[in-house]
Design a protein around this ligand. Sequence first.
Ligand code: GLP
Length: 243
Amino acid sequence: MIELPDAASVSEQVAARLLTERRFRPEQPLGLATGRTMEPVYASLVRQLALLPEAEQERLRERWLSFNLDEYVGVPPGTAGSFRRVMQEQLVRPLGLDPERVRLPDGLAADPDAEARRYGEELAAAGGIGLQLLGLGLNGHVGFNEPPCEADVACRCVPLCATTRQANASGFSGDPGAVPRRAITLGLREILAARSILLVVTGTSKAGILRRLLSTSPSPQLPASWLRHHPDVTVFADPEALG
Ligand code: GLP
């Protein structure tokens, strides 16, 4: 557990870890997340990359490979709520990356279950995740692994909880009813297979779920609790999240 004085320091340190991973351990892809927690992390990453010598920046761009955790089903990639669009705006465009090297499930695939299997296979063929970045859902989800959730579930199409649709309404003009009912998400299986995991938790809204996470033993009721079985997890938190 690393407690830092504020969310800005958390973002700086997490971004530095992501950059170091990409520079010195390029043999496995990065695992990326979306959400409000990650916005300042990606902004820090963009700033830190710009400070590197131009040749090193170019080398990083050429070698970039990341797999996002999840994507909504049925949301066109150009629309505001889509995670592909979020990645485009927060990472691909500012870093000048080839969008092909920032992978996400295809939320518009005709058969989302088949697309989830394909995405999981694509990740496995790329060597699995090296460093996995995770946010924490208000109900304890990671990716879109909603409770109850077992530790061995693989990439799949899942229904979203009402609370999650409420929490993510801001991407859909504030209307929870407009948030898709389903998403494709990497499972705990792929997440726990990552070599290292960074769980980033900031803000007062996460204080309750973080307290639960730190005080309960692993159970399906709190999907993030399965992270306790992983040998290399670092929790980055600010004082607000730690209550
Ligand atoms: C979302 C995403 C997760 C994210 C989490 C927390 O629904 N599927 O990948 O990490 O919930 O989101 P936020 O950072 O906005 O609180």
